[in-house]
Ligand binder design. Structure first.
Ligand code: 9D3
Length: 238
C-alpha cells in the first residue's frame, strides 16, 4: 500500500516513521510513504499556498489551486483503490472501522490542512472523505496524518504477523464496544500493590470470567460511550 502525504511541512514526517511497525513494514516492502511539498505546485515566486477568507474573518486558508494540482499530478488517473482524504478539524471522526476499510486500499493520499482551514472546494470536489482524529485543536493535519498512517499500516498483511490478514478480518475489541481488560506482569507485589489473586491461580475458566468482568467495569468507568454505542442495532455490521 502507498501512503501519500501532501503538506507544507515535509520535514515534519522525517521522524515518526523511522522506528517501529511502520519502519519494519517499509523495510519488508509492504508499504511506501511519499511526502509531497505543497509549495511545489505554486506558480508564483513566493510559493504562496494561503489567502484571506472571503466574507472576512481571522486567519488564512489554504488556496484550492495548489491542492488540486498536486493531487492531480500525484495521481493523474485515480483508480478505484486510491482514496483522497482531507484531514481537518471539521471532519468525521477517525476510528478503527475506517482504519480497517482503508487498509484494504492500494493508495491513500492524505491532505494535511493548515492555517485556519482549507478552501471548502477541496472537501466538496477533490477529497473522498474529510476526517478529524478527535475533538481537540491541533495546529495542522500533519500529526493527524501520522496517526492515520500508523493505525492503517499496522493492519496491513505482512505487518506485525498479520498472517493472511486474520487480524484485519476480525473486529477489534474497541469496535465490539469494550476496552482491553487490565493486565499485570511481574512482580506479583509492587510497592505493596498486589496482582489480583485469580490471575496467579492457573484456573483458566476463572481467569477468563475475571477478565471479562474487569474489562466491562473499566469500560463503564472510563468509556461508557463505547457501551451505549455497542448496543445500537446493527452498529457493527455496516
Ligand atoms: C476558530 C476555529 N479554529 C480553531 C482555532 C478552527 C481550526 C482551524 C484549523 C481548528 C484546527 C485547525 C487545524 N487542525 C487541523 O488541521 C486538523 C485537526 C484538528 O485540529 N483536530 C483533530 N483532527 C485534525 S485533522 C486536521
Amino acid at each position: 500500500m502507498t501512503f501519500e502525504a501532501l503538506t507544507i511541512f515535509p520535514e515534519f514526517f522525517r521522524g515518526p516513521f523511522e522506528h517501529g511497525v511502520v519502519a519494519r513494514a517499509h523495510a519488508a516492502g509492504v508499504l511506501e510513504i511519499r511526502i509531497h511539498d505543497l509549495r511545489n505546485w505554486t506558480p508564483d515566486r513566493h510559493r504562496t499556498v494561503d489567502d484571506r477568507p472571503f466574507g472576512g474573518g481571522e486567519g488564512m486558508l489554504l488556496k484550492p489551486a495548489p491542492v488540486f494540482e498536486a493531487v492531480e499530478s500525484i495521481w493523474p488517473q485515480r483508480q478505484p483503490g486510491q482514496r483522497v482524504v482531507l484531514l481537518s478539524a471539521q471532519g468525521r471522526m477517525f476510528d478503527q472501522a475506517m482504519a480497517r476499510r482503508w487498509a484494504a486500499l492500494d493508495g491513500l493520499l492524505l491532505i494535511c490542512g493548515r492555517y485556519e482551514g482549507v478552501d471548502e472546494r477541496v472537501a466538496e470536489h477533490l477529497a473522498d472523505e474529510e476526517v478529524s482524529i478527535g475533538d481537540y485543536v491541533l495546529s495542522g493535519g500533519e500529526l493527524a496524518a501520522a496517526v492515520v498512517i500508523d493505525a492503517v499500516a499496522r493492519l496491513l498483511p505482512g505487518v506485525l504477523g498479520n498472517e493472511a490478514s486474520a487480524v484485519n478480518e476480525s473486529f477489534s475489541e474497541m469496535e465490539a464496544g469494550r476496552l482491553d481488560c487490565p493486565q499485570y506482569t511481574r512482580p506479583a507485589e509492587f510497592r505493596g500493590w498486589t496482582v489480583p489473586e485469580v490471575l496467579l491461580s492457573g484456573h483458566h475458566e476463572e481467569i477468563r470470567r475475571w477478565r471479562a468482568g474487569a474489562a466491562l467495569e473499566k469500560t463503564r468507568r472510563l468509556r461508557p460511550d463505547l457501551i451505549s454505542a455497542g448496543q445500537e442495532v446493527g452498529k457493527h455490521h455496516e
